[in-house]
Ligand binder design. Structure first.
Ligand code: ATP
Ligand code: MG
Length: 503
């Protein structure tokens, strides 16, 4: 944009000479011979700089200065004074003139005064721009970005922190700014390090490039939560002085991915096992019947009879495993009928109570009254319940408790990815909670795998079968466990409202 200037002087010669000098140094020049004319030109062209002779006829220079400043306080007004008019010059400065020049005006001093005026204009513009970008920044980090945002200096000190994160930490801004990020977020007295807590600040300083890491943070219930943390370098005059840190809680996404992976894995193992189990079942039957047939011709006291007995028993054991495997792999649809889930649970508890009593474990239940009936295959759900209760009893020491709860749940507020998979808004939740040994984190990903067992005589098929059953009911099964504290399995079964009134 061309620089504009208004020159106000009643002497025509001065107007002409100065106009030429100003045009030479790149100005678009407007002129006026008196105050009134000057105001009209000023209003029309809005020049950024005005050069005013302090002594003009009619409205004097100082009056004109005041009026211009009133119209636009950002205008740079330079006064032109004669010798012996120092008091007027000073008065004009009090009225916020930028500068004054004494006649006769020499080109150098004129240029210096104009440069100074222009520097003030650009500084003001920069300030305004930066104010604008600070306002933008404020809106951005506090309103638009719903993630946790911190601005951190190279020495890990918090330069700024957004409302979302402050709210989460229960802190006021002034309590966080100036403190160290690792102190606030991790309660540590040294910067983060190691695989799960890599701090890329140094790397960003050196490379000036953004970085992304995953951090594991403990929430207030001491549960691990996964955060994807993005760092963007913060530049001031080309130098990296810190970083913007954006953290996003991805715990639920990771959980969901694991569920999906689990389902894929089980589906393929299921297909494979079904084939193998089917193939093995027939030869096993042949072995069993052959052993029994030979036994018929032999005296029970004969040693061979005993050996055949072992063959028959071991074959029976194999058949049991194969039967469980077929159970696990069974791809047939459940025969759905409307049942009150509480009735199935009471039956399952009745069937497991004896073993529990033997192990000195108490099974308690707290079942929600008036719970909506659900469409289920009673035998399959009962088998799933028995598997879970049995596991809970087996994990619990003498004197421990296994509790079973049911309650209706409203799934409307579930994240979209769960909803996509478990669409109904209404579900029945069954919880089986024990006070047992808990499940260590290193085996948590394997417990649903077929044949995964930590028990000497376990087949490792109980949970795999249970998982398959719940999946075939379009339900959800999840587990939470704390080593030494116990384990909670949660199942959700969809309530199909459409069929409730059916026969
Ligand atoms: N409530 C629980 N508490 C602690 N660990 C459990 C619990 N439920 C399951 N597990 C762990 O998961 C493993 C797999 O369980 P799953 O029911 O599939 O097989 P299993 O119980 O070992 O064998 P089976 O069910 O054939 O007797 C168990 O061996 C155990 O380590
Ligand atoms: Mg089991």
């Amino acid at each position: 944009m061309k620089k504009t200037i208004l020159l106000v002087d009643d002497e025509k010669d001065i107007r002409e000479v100065l106009s030429i000098s100003l045009a030479d140094i790149g100005y678009e020049v407007y002129t006026a011979a008196n105050g009134e004319e000057a105001l009209r030109v000023f209003q029309k062209f809005k020049p950024a700089i005005v050069l005013v002779d302090i002594k003009i006829p009619g409205m004097d220079g100082i009056e004109l200065l005041r009026k211009i400043k009133h119209i636009n306080p950002d205008t740079e007004v330079i006064m032109i004074t004669g010798h012996g008019e120092m008091d007027l010059a000073i008065k004009s400065l009090k009225h916020e003139a930028t500068d004054f020049l004494t006649k006769p005006i020499n080109d150098d001093t004129l240029q210096i005064a104009l440069e100074r005026a222009y520097a003030r204009i650009s500084m003001r513009k920069e300030l305004m721009d930066s104010n604008k970008s600070w306002a933008m920044y404020d809106v951005l980090i506090n309103e638009l970005i719903q993630e946790d945002v911190m601005v951190i200096g190279l020495g890990h000190q918090i330069l700024d922190i957004n409302d979302t994160l402050l709210k989460k930490m229960g802190l006021k801004r002034e309590e966080a700014v100036g403190r160290l990020c690792y102190e606030i977020i991790y309660n540590q007295d040294a910067p983060c390090f190691g695989e799960n807590y890599y701090c890329p600040i140094k790397h960003i300083h050196e490379t000036k490039q953004p970085a992304q890491v995953t951090h594991i943070r403990r929430d207030k219930d001491h549960k691990d939560r996964y955060y994807s943390v993005s760092f963007y370098p913060l530049f001031i005059e080309g130098e990296v002085v810190g970083a913007f840190e954006l953290s996003k809680d991805i715990t639920e996404d990771i959980k969901f991915q694991k569920i999906m992976m689990q389902q894929d894995k089980l589906a393929s193992i299921g297909r494979l096992s079904a084939g193998v189990a089917h193939e093995i079942n027939n030869p096993l039957t042949t072995i069993l019947t052959s052993a029994m047939l030979i036994q018929e011709d032999i005296d029970p006291d004969n040693l061979i009879y005993q050996e055949l007995e072992t063959i028959a028993n071991e074959t029976l054991r194999c058949r049991k495993i194969v039967a469980s495997l077929l159970d696990f792999a069974r791809q047939t649809k459940p025969a759905l009928k409307l049942y009150n889930i509480n009735d199935i649970i009471i039956a399952s508890i009745a069937l497991t109570r004896k073993q529990a009593a033997f192990d000195d474990v108490t099974i308690t239940h707290d079942l929600a009254e008036g719970i909506t009936d659900v469409h289920v295959d009673k035998d399959q759900i009962q088998q799933a319940m028995i598997n879970l209760i049995q596991n809970a009893v087996e994990a619990t020491d003498s004197g421990g408790i296994v509790s079973v709860f049911t309650k209706p749940v409203d799934q409307t507020s579930l994240p979209w990815y769960y909803k996509k998979h478990f669409p109904p808004d209404e579900a029945v939740e069954i919880t089986i909670k024990d006070t047992g040994t808990g499940i260590t984190a290193d085996i948590m990903d394997n417990i649903f795998d077929p044949f995964f067992t930590t028990k000497e005589s376990g087949t490792g098929l109980g949970l795999a079968i249970t998982h398959g059953i719940i999946e075939r009911h379009a339900g959800y099964i999840g587990v939470q466990s704390e080593q030494g504290q116990g384990t909670t399995f949660t199942i959700r079964l969809p309530v199909d409202k459409g069929d409730q009134d059916g026969p």
